[in-house]
Ligand binder design. Structure first.
Ligand code: SF4
Length: 690
């Protein structure tokens, strides 16, 4: 038996893998003792062992010849990748070689990938798919609090607060075991307000569901803050003692009076008043966001507006109160801390901070001046592929941008314009299918490594089974490539050795892991960062005494409403919003290969209101086309009164004709560089069958 964690989302549920008496893949059970999921697993976790079955995953490297991909030896495959990297760097400079990481990579992999880019490749061209996930929340938290940790408190606190406003989050489908805390909140007398353009399974649980137009969450937050001011719920003492910038935030809120906010959002004034009453009638309250408000071209400002509401009402930096982000990807938190972001060094250190550069350069044995500076964000990096002055040779590790990137046809064209594409993956993903070299790597239960869940709890995923012959770890791939690029040392393939180096890299940093060891994680079933010494207990709750800015005060951001980058018009009269379903995880590369999950959710669909469908002459199950300025997709209609009649919804897990990201808008947030996945303009028509 091996105690480990789920391969999928940021809840990182504890699970136990046991030998199967009937043979085959191990049995999976939820681990009661792990405090986050307390034994519960969703369908994805329960069936995760299917990914370990023979035939599901890659077991030999593939290289592309004139006839397509063929099996090859590891030596040939690695030599090809290293050779392409050297040739491109020699001909076009180091920045023409790029790496693209993932929010599912372990902390060790994220760390070593960042070091590989900056030391072995000396390139600025590194970013990762977490940019598409929680980057707006991270940017807003850093601006407001001086530090970003998805939840600055344990998830269990949600059950003990007085009111939770859940904005653009649907944990009943994305992380079902977390719903227990929402149910307990209500059983304990607390209230739940859900903000979502769709009446989701989570919204069904709420005391109050606000159903705004897509892209208006910022105006909604300012409207609630306006009412909080007008109705005397501002905590002047807290504002004076622990914040700066209130005058501007107050002015921004007062410019968003209730009737104006109703006109912008579609949420009636009485509902705005009810939400404020629920949020302010209790001394403890929280706002939690997820991708809904974050994946917008004003995502950082939108999250900032919700944080302003918390600060103005004294609901931050206190027990059982505050703002938090429900991070999505398995290592969405750790993946953004250890250096695979374009502008970051390990430990949340800035790549542009001379002190941070000196610290990391000394650890890595290089001159600080030799460390590259910040590069382009994920979408900009992908959009540069194959262009003059852009990236010409790319290594993708743990990501499937053909399905998950916005304006996916454009990004697919860019990937095919590369001189050389190498992909490390467990399965032959849609991106791997385009590669010149595919390197088959070990997966969750075949390797050991740490992840940091949405609470900032550092966890140990343990190897439970022996990987198939022919497969190597991502760390081993980086070790081998670094050697071929002239770095005989400095790139260990042993996870615990990499973690030991990561601990030194983060010492004294905001995300300090230096007191955390594999042995300690095992003994304590997780340790919260920051944890600056082996004697330190870890930090489950942040900001109780002071915020992380040098003066200890939080910052109001005082944003104003602005429209989405693309609003409906005559040609494209409807909003499209995208998201996830309960049976699949992200691009679906893993979950589409699990028979139970594929049977439960076999393909894409378009959710539309019956009134809209009637106007279009569309009945349940009939094919519709959805067209945006970037592309057209075809999928069956699913009629539901749970969605606004001016909005359609598509899940984004599938490739092919129903690939939702063919439609989405890559307009970027100016701060986080997050694309606007959640809002674009489309038209919907009944499909004309040939
Ligand atoms: Fe838990 Fe998420 Fe895995 Fe489901 S997918 S079992 S919610 S970690």
């Amino acid at each position: 038996m091996t105690d480990t964690h789920c391969p999928y989302c940021a809840l990182q549920c504890g699970m136990r893998l046991s030998p199967n008496p009937a043979g085959g893949v191990p049995e999976v059970t939820g681990r009661d003792a792990f405090p986050v999921n307390r034994g519960a697993l969703c369908g994805k976790g329960q069936t995760a062992a299917a990914l370990l079955a023979p035939g599901v995953r890659l077991t030999a490297p593939l290289v592309r010849d004139a006839d397509g991909l063929r099996e090859a030896s590891w030596e040939e495959a690695l030599d090809r990748v290293a050779g392409a990297m050297k040739a491109t760097a020699a001909a076009q400079g180091p920045d023409a070689v790029g790496v693209f990481g993932g929010g599912g990579l372990t902390n060790e992999k994220a760390y070593l990938l960042g070091k590989f880019a900056r030391v072995a490749l000396r390139t600025r061209s590194i970013d990762y798919n977490g940019r598409f996930c929680m980057s707006s929340a991270a940017a807003a938290s850093r601006a407001a609090f001086g530090l970003d940790r998805g939840l600055p408190f344990p998830l269990a606190d949600v059950a003990r607060t007085g009111c939770v406003i859940l904005v653009g989050a649907n944990p009943a489908e994305t992380m079902p075991p977390a719903v227990r805390y929402l149910r307990e909140l209500r059983e304990n007398g607390g209230t739940l307000v859900v903000v979502d353009p769709r009446r989701t399974r989570t919204a069904e649980l709420a005391d109050l569901h606000l159903q705004p137009l897509p892209g208006t969450d910022l105006a909604l937050a300012l409207g609630l803050l306006h009412l909080a001011v007008a109705e005397g719920h501002v905590d002047e003492e807290f504002i004076a003692a622990r914040t700066t910038g209130w005058a501007d935030a107050r002015a921004a809120a007062m410019a968003h009076w209730p009737e104006r906010v109703e006109a912008l959002t579609g949420v009636p004034v009485p509902q705005l008043r009810e939400a404020v009453a629920l949020f302010t009638r209790t001394p403890h309250a929280m706002v939690l966001t997820a991708r809904g408000p974050e994946q917008q071209s004003k995502g950082t400002a939108t999250v900032g507006a919700w944080i302003d509401l918390c600060l103005a009402t004294g609901r931050a930096g206190r027990p059982l109160s505050g703002y938090g982000c429900l991070t999505g990807q398995g290592n969405g938190q750790g993946g953004r801390e250890h250096g695979q972001k374009a502008d970051q060094l390990p430990g949340y250190r800035s790549l542009e901070d001379p002190g941070a550069r000196a610290h990391i350069a000394a650890l890595w044995g290089v001159d600080p001046g030799a460390l590259p500076h910040s590069g382009s964000s994920a979408y900009e990096l992908l959009d540069s592929l194959g262009r003059p002055g852009g990236v010409r040779t790319l290594l993708v590790m743990g990501s499937n941008p053909v399905v998950s990137a916005p304006d996916a046809a454009r990004i697919t064209r860019r990937l095919t314009a590369l001189d050389h594409l190498a992909v490390c993956d467990v399965v032959l993903s849609e991106t791997a299918l385009l590669a010149d070299v595919v390197l088959p790597v070990t997966q969750w239960a075949e390797e050991t490594g740490t992840l940091t869940n949405l609470e900032g709890r550092v966890l140990l995923r343990r190897a439970a089974v022996t990987p198939p012959a022919g497969v190597r770890s991502d760390l081993a791939v980086l070790h081998e490539l670094a050697q071929r690029l002239g770095h005989a040392t400095g790139f260990s393939s042993v996870p615990e050795e990499v973690f030991a180096e990561l601990r030194r890299a983060t010492a004294g940093a905001p995300a300090d892991y230096s007191g955390i060891s594999y042995d300690r994680i095992a003994a304590e079933d997780g340790v919260f960062w920051p944890c600056p010494s082996p004697e330190h207990p870890g930090t489950p709750r942040l900001f109780l005494d002071r915020f992380a800015h040098p003066d200890g005060r939080a910052r109001f951001t005082a944003p104003s409403h602005r429209p989405a980058a693309e609003e409906p018009d005559e040609a494209y009269p409807l909003y499209l919003t995208t998201g996830r379903t309960v049976s699949h995880y992200q691009s679906g590369a893993q979950t589409r290969r699990v028979p139970e999950l594929a049977a439960a959710a076999p393909g894409p669909y378009v959710e539309l209101h019956p009134d809209l469908a009637a106007g279009l002459g569309v009945r349940e199950g009939e094919l519709v086309t959805v067209t945006s300025r970037r592309g057209t997709v075809t999928a069956p209609a699913r009629l539901t009164a749970a969605i606004r009649a001016d909005t359609v919804f598509m899940p984004f897990h599938w490739p092919g004709a129903g690939r939702a990201n063919l439609l989405t808008n890559p307009a970027l947030d100016p701060v986080s560089r997050m694309p606007e996945f959640k809002v674009c303009a489309v038209r919907v028509e009944k499909a004309v069958l040939p």
